[in-house]
Design a protein around this ligand. Structure first.
Ligand code: PLP
Length: 394
């Protein structure tokens, strides 16, 4: 049996979610913009899903825009809000540890004459709200900071940053893609004007996301076409995907007590994993020791290439991640780890293990059984290569 420890990458579709999707993949095939019965049935599914998502985040249904992914939600939020408010100013503030969906959207703005401030983080990956306050000028229209980091799991002081933005009358976008299965998403508590979600990170299907857009927030659509989603996102809606998304979100978020119980269960397993791996020589935890997602255990493992470790674990039936993007065989050092002050050489030894609802104690123990052997073997191989290289004639 494969042990899947890569839930930050994606999660298995929950059976209840598939059940919620199936009618829209079979009998309710209509286009929600059509006025006939089939269209109206699809529209009803879309409306119900919108109501569910709105209820979970404490918003009005009209404030929810369905998108094709978390990436699209981030792009719509950042480019859409920056352009729509560009007459007031062309400055955007974000952090240096954001997902590429945010960083690359900001880079596009930068190429179009916007000025972007990339806030530093501390060694745990946390943004200081005082730095947000200091970075805002009269020309700043938007601040974008993620709720929780996808690589190291660090949770940001979102409420405090939200307060700063509210006080300074600057729009606040929160990328809540990783936080969504675990943390409260109440947009008023968070003081968020824009909030991104993605279905496949919480037991939903891939290819469905949402952006909360607070009423009155000007947004320039990023797709040209039909008038779907109140003219904020053209394109026929993915009705089945959206229905599955709403069901998945409801399953993790509707009952706060159940959510906390599951968080505690995963955190206990996570701690078992962390304790076990930290007992090995030259292994270090990355991310905040306490302010972190309950499912995230991220490490730096000295004298090991993260990509090699992930490949070796895969051969043992354990699916993990380095936490950074792989490019044709080599692993780029993570921008998140570099921003946290970790040097490039050490950043190569990153390992991210992310737990989920179906993760068991046996899964964790299997990892703890396999890891020491695999790490020792990789370190041995590296030492041998180094010794051969130094013995070779110049
Ligand atoms: N934002 C964060 C923090 C993420 O972790 C991800 C996915 O890894 C995304 C955005 C993008 O979401 P999607 O895969 O739905 O495009």
């Amino acid at each position: 049996m494969t042990v899947y420890l890569d839930h930050a990458a994606t999660t298995p579709l929950r059976p209840e979610v598939l059940e919620a999707m199936l009618p829209y993949l079979t009998e309710h095939h209509g286009n929600p913009s059509s006025i006939h019965g089939s269209g109206r049935r699809a529209r009803l599914g879309l409306d119900e899903a919108r109501e569910t998502v709105a209820r979970i985040v404490g918003a009005k249904p009209r404030e929810i825009v369905f998108t094709g992914s978390g990436t699209e939600a981030d792009n719509l939020a950042i480019k859409g809000a920056a352009w729509a408010n560009s007459a007031r100013g062309r400055r955007v503030v974000t952090s240096s540890v954001e997902h590429k969906a945010v960083l690359h959207a900001c880079a596009v703005l930068e190429r179009n004459g916007f000025e972007i401030t990339y806030l530093p983080v501390d060694r745990y990956g946390r943004v200081d709200p005082a730095d947000v306050a200091a970075a805002i000028t009269e020309h700043t229209t938007l601040v974008s900071v993620m709720y929780a980091n996808n690589e190291v799991g660090t949770v940001q002081p979102i409420q405090e940053i939200g307060s700063v933005c509210r006080e300074r009358r600057v729009l606040f976008h929160v990328d809540a893609v990783q936080a969504a299965p675990f943390l409260s998403l109440d947009v008023d508590d968070l003081q968020a004007d824009l909030l991104s979600l993605s279905a496949h990170k919480l037991g939903g299907p891939k290819g469905a996301g949402a952006l909360f857009v607070r009423q009155g927030t000007a947004l320039l659509p990023q797709l040209s076409g039909g008038s779907q989603e109140r003219q904020r996102r053209a394109g026929t809606e993915n009705v089945a995907g959206v229905a599955g998304f709403a069901r998945a979100l409801d399953l993790v978020q509707a009952d706060a007590n159940a959510r906390e119980e599951e968080n505690a269960r995963q955190a206990a397993l996570r701690d078992r994993l962390v304790d076990g791996l930290l007992a090995l020589a030259a292994v270090e935890l990355t991310g905040h020791p306490a302010e972190r997602l309950p499912n995230n255990a991220s490490f730096l493992i000295e004298d090991v290439e993260g990509g090699d470790l992930v490949a070796a674990l895969d051969l043992e039936g354990i699916e993990a991640s380095t936490g950074s993007a792989c490019t044709t065989g080599s692993v780029d050092p993570s921008h998140v780890l570099l921003a946290m002050g970790i040097d490039e050489a050490r950043a190569h030894g990153s390992l991210r293990l992310t737990l989920g609802r179906e993760t068991t104690t046996d899964d964790v123990d299997r990892m703890l059984d396999v890891a020491p052997r695999v790490i020792e073997r990789l370190r041995g191989a590296r030492a041998e290569v180094a010794a051969t290289a130094s013995a070779a004639p110049a």
